[in-house]
Design a binder for this molecule. Structure first.
Ligand code: NAD
Ligand code: A1AUG
Length: 545
């Protein structure tokens, strides 16, 4: 029972550690990498608080070192999805009725565990399982996930404070109920932070969740689940199942208690899910909330006033950090002809210094792409660009999957602005450049706007304030996250709320009040303090004589 109106701790971004040679965090994560490498773990599903094992053991290996076995996870089937839904529904009432400050406390503790005792482990698991270098693991697995939880708790209380006015004799209030049913969290491979936040955000608001992570990120998902359990998330509130996406979706999306989906992943999968929900709309007890952050074809647009080193650095970081496997990654660049020779020269020089290899060697900037399907897809686009008259592979292009899924940072020059790699999301270390005539800037901005179906992130580079204003206005609907003289990646919770529109998602801005509002259904309550005792209005009285 709450006996007070409580304030939660101020939310601040978790400081990013440097992992510089000699630093304690570097020694700690290296030790953890060795420890994880020296053991083969077995990961159970977690349903209703119980560890669930099956006969189907699936091997996990680092994408950069395919011969090494990290362990096995237990693959489930539709019966496990049903078990998970039942467990969630059983936990629902007690969780929904728990005072909010106890929910807050659980997720604040989870944040402190992640940024404290679990930091090295969650980073090392992300480095091994998803092939991220230590810096890329640190900024998201440790820092962004802690930020999501801390800022989430703050946003939850800001929502609870949103109350209506009351007139004399009446007290009105908003009660923020959890949704009636369970939430489906369907998460992508590329960010441990997103995988953790998608089940946590609805759970924080009092909902129960069935969580299905990507099969290529199960290794770190296991650590996230361990944190949730240690932080005190009660049994059945978040149920973790490892089964194929279509199998899980088939059971979840046809269940009468399905109350919402919190999705991040590809546009194609999200559109399929939306359609299935439409097809099953008569089955549900309540209209399901649909929240999905999806693909991108993120751009950098430069004018001829840019400083070459600033632009080239943004191109390299924006396109090749985490092998371009960020939904926000720069994948198409528009450069005016007059500055192109200078930019091309600097880009070529810098790319010669980029090191590629396993994430455990801290000097590697680029590691492996996630799996064979992604490797083959990327290689296909690069091979095609080599053969096409409309494109030229300028730098990189080597692909090797003998030890791990390595694709060299690649630059393609497109002769036409609608060349396939200027339009489609490739999701890998491949950047396409279109060189435009300096006097065709306006036309090229129009082309940028219309070339792809997405609207996630975009960056402009210019030293000319009139151009900055013009580009900012002209590109209004091309990006939900827009950057001026910066790369289009690296949004920070609480600073640049993240999400895009058009084919890139519902733009509910993860980690904010706008997102959390989707996981609550308001009951508006009016109490009349001294109710009237006579039904008659004053106008019923006769006129005075
Ligand atoms: N906008 C954002 O905030 C954001 C953030 C991260 C990633 N992404 C996008 O995610 C994609 C990369 O992640 P991914 O490869 O894991 O995406 P994906 O769409 O392949 O998979 C996402 C999840 O859906 C499941 N899934 C796949 N096919 C399914 C189906 N037919 N039915 C039901 N579930 C299915 C997967 O198992 C996984 O758990 C890229 O398109 C990227 O742009 C977007
Ligand atoms: N929020 C991350 C991208 C997440 C998608 O993969 C960024 O801003 O770079």
């Amino acid at each position: 029972m709450s006996k007070g109106i409580f304030n939660v701790p101020e939310a601040k971004n978790e400081p990013v550690k440097s992992y510089a040679p000699g630093s304690p965090e570097r020694a700690e994560v290296k030790k953890m990498l060795e420890e994880l490498r020296s053991q083969e773990i077995e990961l159970p599903m977690v349903i209703g608080g119980k560890d669930v094992y099956t006969d189907r053991k699936v091997r996990m290996a680092p994408p950069h070192d395919l011969k090494h076995t990290l362990g096995h996870y237990n693959q489930g089937d539709s019966s496990h999805v049903e078990m998970a839904i039942d467990a969630a529904l059983e936990a629902r009432e007690e969780w929904a009725n728990m005072s909010w400050q106890h929910r807050a406390s659980i997720f604040l503790k989870a944040a402190d565990l992640i940024s404290g005792p679990y930091r090295a482990r969650i980073n090392a698991a992300t480095m091994l399982g998803q092939s991220k270098n230590v810096y890329q693991a640190e900024i998201e697995a440790a820092c962004e996930l802690s930020d999501f939880l801390r800022f989430g708790v703050k946003a939850m209380t800001d929502i609870y404070k949103m109350q209506p006015s009351s007139v004399r004799g009446v007290w009105n209030y908003n009660e923020f109920r959890p949704l009636e049913g369970f939430i489906f969290a369907l998460t992508p491979f590329n960010f441990t932070a997103i995988a953790g936040n998608l089940p946590a955000a609805p759970a924080m608001m009092g909902n129960v969740v069935v969580w299905k992570p990507s099969k290529t990120a199960v290794y770190s998902a296991g650590v996230v689940m361990e944190v949730f359990r240690e932080a005190g998330v009660p049994d059945g509130v978040i149920n973790l199942v490892y089964a194929s996406g279509p199998v899980v979706a088939d059971v979840v999306l046809t269940h009468s208690d399905f109350a919402g989906i919190h999705f991040t992943g590809s546009t194609e999968v999200f559109q399929g899910i939306w359609k299935t929900i439409g097809d099953n709309i008569y089955k549900y007890k309540t209209y399901p909330r649909i929240v999905g952050e999806t693909g991108g074809k993120d751009y950098i647009f430069a004018d001829n006033t840019v400083k070459t080193p600033e632009l080239v650095t943004a191109m390299i970081r924006g396109a090749y950090e985490y092998q371009g496997q960020k939904c926000s990654a720069a994948s198409r660049v528009y450069i005016p002809k007059s500055i192109w020779p200078d930019v091309k020269k600097k880009l070529g020089e810098d790319l010669k210094t980029v090191k590629m290899g396993p994430s455990e060697d801290f000097t590697n900037f680029v590691n492996a792409v996630i799996d064979e399907a992604s490797f083959d897809k990327l290689k296909g686009y690069i091979d095609r660009a080599r053969d096409d008259n409309d494109a030229e592979v300028l730098f990189g292009g080597k692909c090797d999957k003998s030890e791990g899924y390595f694709i060299e940072p690649t630059v393609i020059q497109a002769k036409k602005p609608d060349y396939v790699t200027m339009r489609e999301e490739l999701f890998g270390p491949v950047l396409t450049i279109y060189v435009y005539e300096d006097d065709k800037m306006d036309e090229t901005l129009d082309i940028l706007d219309k070339t792809s179906m997405y609207g996630l992130t975009g960056a402009i580079f210019s030293q000319n304030r009139y151009n900055i204003e013009k580009m900012t206005k002209r590109l209004t609907n091309t990006a939900g996250n827009f950057y001026i003289n910066d790369k289009p990646t690296g949004a920070i919770v609480g600073q640049q709320p993240f999400g895009g529109a058009r084919g890139s998602g519902t733009n509910d801005k993860a980690g904010t009040l706008f997102n959390l509002l989707r996981w609550t259904s308001i009951r508006s309550i009016k109490e009349s303090l001294v109710p009237p005792t006579n039904y008659m209005y004053p106008n019923f009285l006769p006129d005075e004589e």
